[in-house]
Design a binder for this molecule. Structure first.
Ligand SMILES: [Zn+2]
Length: 303
């Protein structure tokens, strides 16, 4: 039997499966058909949760005696949009000028196709790898991502699976294919700050409490000083204020409320809890400052 040693053929087979989230679309079956002749034991657990579609996933392992390498990815793809606008049909895997076209070619059926070809070539040329190799493939990455990787990891761990290293086949190639390898990703946390003030006329500020003044102090504290200067492996932690909203159509009315939203990308100096604690601490300290609210006796009232 011919092993799946050709990444282009593997990719074409996967692209021809219309696996738009949450549909399996034949993609996991295609994977199973490629993996079984290579000696993989394949399981396809279905996960569900209220309010989200049931999702089929795949975990395949070729057991050896040595370290365990896991390849992680997903077979689901985003919707095609207006199919008539495609030069090459989204699920046809057409090749033009040496490039294959189709939904998911890059993100990320291409990565899975290459990984399987690499294992197949190793088996064909050198026999089976000494250690264990597994594929942890979800069908829920582009959708709600509730019944996907996290549940699959828990499911496999509960069966006693342990891994020494993992490769994630997500594509990030700003200029050329394969030009970037990442060893991790910064955490992401979004938040919003609402400052409650007291509405009034701009001519009588002593009778009002302008929430924009309070929000200025709070936003100032979020932006300065820097959270850290980066680590050996990651860029500095960075917070971006993504919106400031007052919603006030009048130029001479002090509004009652002001809101800011932000997103922070944090490196391995922090985790979700410590970075939240730091944000709360900065806001609490800033709420008591009088820089933009001279004469105010109370702290900024914020949520
Ligand atoms: Zn992806």
């Amino acid at each position: 039997m011919k092993l799946p040693t050709d990444p282009a053929q593997n990719l074409a087979a996967l692209i021809r499966c219309p696996s738009v989230t949450p549909a399996e679309g034949g993609a996991l079956q295609t994977l199973e058909d490629m993996l079984k002749p290579l000696g993989f034991a394949v399981a396809r657990p279905i996960f569900s949760e209220d309010g989200t579609p049931n999702i089929e996933n795949l975990y395949a392992r070729r057991s050896g005696n040595g370290p365990h390498l896991m390849f992680a990815g997903h077979t689901d793809v985003v919707p095609v949009g207006d199919e008539a606008a495609w030069t090459h049909p989204p699920f046809a895997a057409e090749i033009a000028n040496g490039e294959m076209y189709g939904r998911g070619a890059v993100d990320m059926k291409g990565g899975i196709a290459c990984f399987i070809a690499a294992v197949a070539r190793h088996i064909e040329n050198n026999g089976g790898p000494k250690g264990s190799v597994s594929l942890l493939i979800t069908g829920d990455e582009e959708g709600p991502a509730i019944n996907g990787t996290v549940k699959l990891l828990d499911w496999a761990a509960a069966k006693g699976e342990k891994w020494d290293a993992s490769i994630v086949g997500e594509p990030t190639n700003p200029d050329a294919l394969g030009d970037m390898i990442k060893i991790g990703r910064r955490g992401s946390l979004s938040g919003s700050v609402i400052v409650n003030g007291r509405q009034g006329h701009a001519a009588y500020p002593q009778l009002a409490d302008n929430p924009v003044r309070g929000l200025m102090s709070l936003v100032d504290a979020l932006l300065h000083p820097v959270f850290d200067r980066g680590t050996k492996d990651f860029q500095p932690t960075n917070l971006e204020v993504t919106s400031i909203d007052v919603g006030n159509p009048a130029t001479n009315v002090i509004p009652a409320k002001a809101t800011a939203t932000f997103n922070i990308r944090f490196n391995d100096t922090w985790d979700a809890e410590t970075v939240q604690a730091e944000i709360h601490n900065r806001l609490d300290q800033a709420a008591g400052r009088k820089k933009y609210r001279p004469g105010k006796k109370t702290a900024v009232d914020y949520e």
